[in-house]
Design a protein around this ligand. Structure first.
Ligand SMILES: Nc1ncnc2c1ncn2[C@@H]1O[C@H](COP(=O)(O)OP(=O)(O)O)[C@@H](O)[C@H]1O
Ligand SMILES: [Mg+2]
Length: 396
């Protein structure tokens, strides 16, 4: 392979994760191993780096390589990576002061390109996408949920609402409120569905204060958003949504690695697989409701929307991003709706998406490794001093 690097060295990627007492390190180790093997195919050195042992001194760093023969991790002194791929698996780790320090060091490091620096949260995502004309029309009406007035005003406009923890994932803490009109009763009634493990529990209220009391209890101390509920297109009466993997490629441009679909479980208000949902083929599901031509059109629109959204998220977040997964809804009219984006995409089980995602990550890293290093963000005097220092310590 013909790779020209500024410092003439094998392109190197470190996967950053969190180490604790229980295991060598956290995160999906199978994922890391797959990435290491894909790296081998492309001549890229991939290793795992932990926040606890994080030290970028001179030309070397502490990391773990994987031996496929013995199935063992080996701690070694390794070349300083050109690229760091952030896979710290949970928000609670990301928030630790010692981890924050590591993240800042990665962001500021002049020789390292560090991508996906943080988790997203559902409220800032909404704010970012609401800023641009290109993405405004793709997001459901959304507010921060703080008082019962927020709930009441949005319920007047939309018969179904989703309540979601700002920092939630995998359907945890999601609630749905519906306005129902019962025959022979003038009073409005409200229905609250709360997502449990695989089922949703339903309770009914005759007035907003009672409903609000229950919601507040469920919310606890977590921050929530409240969002217009979209009536999703369905297959055999099970609603589905699309999971899109958007990644940068060998040229550093956003591309679609793949589109999957998730069918909701019979008793569920979300489509998550651990909550009774199942994986399916988007073309099959879309064709059943919209026909072959309709399906094609919707799928293309979903891909185009996902690219526009990824670009806007990257611009608004002012950070360097290399990948994200996205949950997109399709309503009964074939219209696309954005639900959320995740900066730590879970593994896609569809083999073709899986393969593509590993290839993209490695090819994007090669691209990054070839980019000129950042100019130091210092005063001009300091820049000069630093430049002088740099020329004497060129080897990495
Ligand atoms: N506004 C909405 N309208 C209809 N369905 C929604 C809405 N928001 C979320 N959902 C459903 O709930 C699922 C989970 O929502 P999401 O925002 O992705 O939260 P999580 O972080 O828990 O995955 C979505 O994939 C979708 O099936
Ligand atoms: Mg989701």
């Amino acid at each position: 392979m013909d790779i020209e690097l500024h410092e003439n060295q094998r392109p190197t990627m470190a996967i950053l994760t969190y180490a604790d007492q229980k295991r060598v390190f956290r995160g999906n180790q199978e994922n890391f191993i797959d990435l290491i093997h894909t790296g081998e195919e492309y001549g890229v050195l991939v290793y795992v780096m932990t926040t606890a042992e994080f030290k970028l001194m001179g030309n070397q760093a502490i990391g773990y390589t994987y031996n496929s023969q013995t199935n063992k991790w080996r701690k070694e002194l390794l070349p300083l990576p050109h690229v760091i791929y952030n896979r710290i698996p949970f928000r609670k780790y990301e928030l630790l002061p010692e981890v924050q320090q590591v993240l800042q060091a990665c962001i500021k490091h002049r020789k390292i390109r560090f991508f996906n620096p943080t988790f997203f949260n559902k409220w800032t995502l909404f704010e970012w996408l609401n800023k641009s004309k290109n993405t405004q029309s793709l997001i459901p009406a959304t507010q921060k949920l703080t008082t019962n007035a927020d709930l009441e005003s949005l319920l007047l406009k939309h018969p179904n609402l989703y309540l979601k923890p700002i920092r939630g994932k995998a359907g945890k803490g999601i609630m749905k409120v519906s306005r129902i009109y019962e025959k022979n009763a003038k009073a409005r009634r409200y229905e609250l569905s709360v997502q449990d493990k695989t089922k949703s529990h339903i309770s009914r209220y005759s007035n907003i204060p009672q409903l609000w009391n229950q919601i507040r209890e469920m919310m606890g101390s977590q921050d929530y958003i409240i969002q217009q509920g979209i009536t999703l297109a369905n297959y055999k009466q099970r609603p589905y949504d699309l999971r899109v993997l958007v990644q940068k490629n060998s040229k550093g441009r956003w591309t679609i690695a793949g589109v999957g679909a998730r069918l909701a479980g019979k008793m569920s208000i979300t489509t998550h697989v651990p909550r009774g949902g199942s994986i399916d083929d988007p073309v099959k599901l879309l064709e059943s409701g919209f026909g072959p031509a309709g399906s094609k059109k919707i799928l293309n629109r979903a891909k185009k929307s996902a690219l526009i959204i990824a670009k806007q998220i990257e611009r608004a977040s002012q950070s360097m991003l290399g990948e994200m997964s996205m949950d997109l809804g399709v309503d009964n009219n074939g219209q696309i709706w954005f639900f959320e984006a995740n900066s730590k995409p879970m593994k896609f089980d569809e083999p073709h998406i899986r393969k593509k995602s590993l290839d993209n990550l490695i090819q994007y890293s090669i691209h990054l490794a070839k980019q000129p290093t950042k100019a130091p963000r210092l005063s001009s005097g300091a820049v000069k001093r630093n430049a002088a220092k740099d020329s004497t310590s060129k080897a990495r």
